[in-house]
Design a protein. Structure first.
Ligand code: FAD
Length: 394
């Protein structure tokens, strides 16, 4: 039986119930035991990602002309939301959905023909996205990795950090400086996007080192030591890379916010079920308002966040540039999932900390979205400056 919150879903746009049901069926093959075992050993959910790929869910945004389903962003959001709602973790593969957009929007026809059909068919994985660096962090324009043109190749030198899924991807979208920063130059100029074929690069100038984190996220640091990348792998124009990456950020934020809504629903359902079943002092703990109210509040906040996700999707699909709404959706949904996670642990008492309930694992997983792919403070800065007209703070 579908929980009540779906029946009351505001119907601003297609809800993709058929997609949601199919994704939920697929996810049911990957229950808590599967994720717990992987989490213990920090192992990549290869079978889960293969199943999603085979079913075509990871290529639904790729246009039909390149072998995908050509569906709008709201369909991808429905897929990711259902994955999280089922207790699975889309962090293992969500990037393919949005990194592909940079290639689709700014790549040449030859590049699209070379990569997209294979990505759609599951023969090539485009899961890695190398932007963040250890010393520059959120200040992307200050990144230090360089790509110097040498004949018909770029020679890449530098380091990235938090390059997730690098060990489980064939291709990486890399942002590097191709024009040295000079006085008076905007620091976000002179950056370019390259497609790095990691199958050839590892051991030939590319080294990947896994980073152990509080949740199982297959994230790594990546070192470039005079890695040669064919010049034909430059996406779009040299020096315009920051703009290309920026143009994909709304989609990224909206999709992550859909995942957070899915997480929040998982936590709320889990907490409500437990509150009805667990009896202490001779009655269900859920009969106490001290238990009910936090769950009810988390539900209300999740629903409000869900509306903002839909608003962002509506604007995005109408061809607008919903920077403010995508950012707000990301912040509100990450807050809603974080709140619901906290409430879920509290509702479970001591059992919330036991591995077998999956609550502590999901709690750790959803915490990430307060920081990545954009931290809350930077969203608030964006709103302060670009929506409220307050002075730029950095
Ligand atoms: C598990 C994981 C996976 C990731 N995957 C990827 C990936 O695949 N590819 C990739 O490129 N990156 C990835 N990231 C990086 C992620 O996007 C960054 O961690 C995030 O954007 C924050 O950058 P930072 O860690 O450098 O923090 P910093 O920029 O060092 O910021 C630290 C803190 O200071 C705050 N802060 C910084 N400047 C200001 C300011 N001006 N005003 C107020 N507060 C400020 C931030 O909000 C943050 O809370 C991942 C990160 C993690 C943890």
């Amino acid at each position: 039986m579908r929980p009540q919150q779906d029946e009351s879903r505001t119907n601003l746009m297609e809800s993709y119930q058929d997609i949601r049901d199919a994704v939920a069926r697929l996810c049911a093959r990957f229950p808590g035991e599967y994720w717990r075992a992987l989490d213990r050993d920090m192992t990549y959910p290869g079978e889960f990602v293969a199943a999603l790929t085979e079913a075509g869910w990871l290529s639904i945004l790729i246009p039909e002309a390149y072998g995908g389903s050509g569906l709008p962003l709201s369909a991808a959001a429905a897929v990711l939301e259902e994955i999280q709602r089922a207790g699975c973790n889309g962090g293992a593969c969500h990037a393919q959905m949005y990194t592909m957009g940079t290639l689709l929007r700014h790549g040449s026809e030859a590049q699209k023909q070379r990569y997209l059909p294979k990505v759609a068919a599951g023969e090539l994985r485009l899961q890695a996205f190398g932007v963040t660096e250890p010393t520059s962090g959120t200040d992307t324009g200050a990144l230090k990795t360089t790509a110097r043109l040498d004949g018909d190749h770029f020679v890449v030198k530098g380091q990235k950090i938090w390059t997730s899924r690098a060990e489980h991807s064939d291709l990486m979208l890399l942002l590097a400086r191709t024009t040295p920063l000079k006085d008076g130059m905007k620091k976000t100029d002179g950056l370019s996007v390259l497609i790095v074929d990691m199958r050839e690069a590892v051991g030939n100038g590319l080294t990947i080192r896994p980073i152990r984190t509080m949740m199982n996220h297959a994230t790594t640091e990546v070192f470039f030591d005079d890695l040669r990348v064919p010049a034909e792998n430059l996406i779009g124009e040299e020096g315009k890379g920051f703009r290309y990456i920026l143009s994909g950020m709304n989609a990224e934020r909206i999709l992550i916010s859909a995942e957070c809504v899915g997480d929040a629903k998982w936590f709320i359902e889990k907490a409500s079920t437990y509150a009805k079943e667990r009896h202490v002092f001779g009655r269900a703990i859920g009969q106490n308002q001290g238990i009910q109210f936090p769950i009810a509040r988390a539900y209300a906040n999740m629903r409000a966040a869900e509306l903002m996700v839909r608003e962002a999707l509506n604007l995005y699909q109408a061809g607008k540039n919903p920077g403010a709404e995508a950012n707000m959706a990301k912040m509100l949904a990450a807050d809603a999932s974080n709140e619901a996670a906290n409430v879920c642990i509290q509702t479970h008492g001591g059992f919330g900390f036991a591995e077998e309930y999956d609550v502590e694992r999901k709690f750790r997983e959803t915490r990430l979205y307060q920081v990545a792919p954009i931290s809350t403070n930077l969203i608030l800065s964006y709103l302060s400056e670009h929506v409220l007209g307050l002075p730029r703070s950095y």
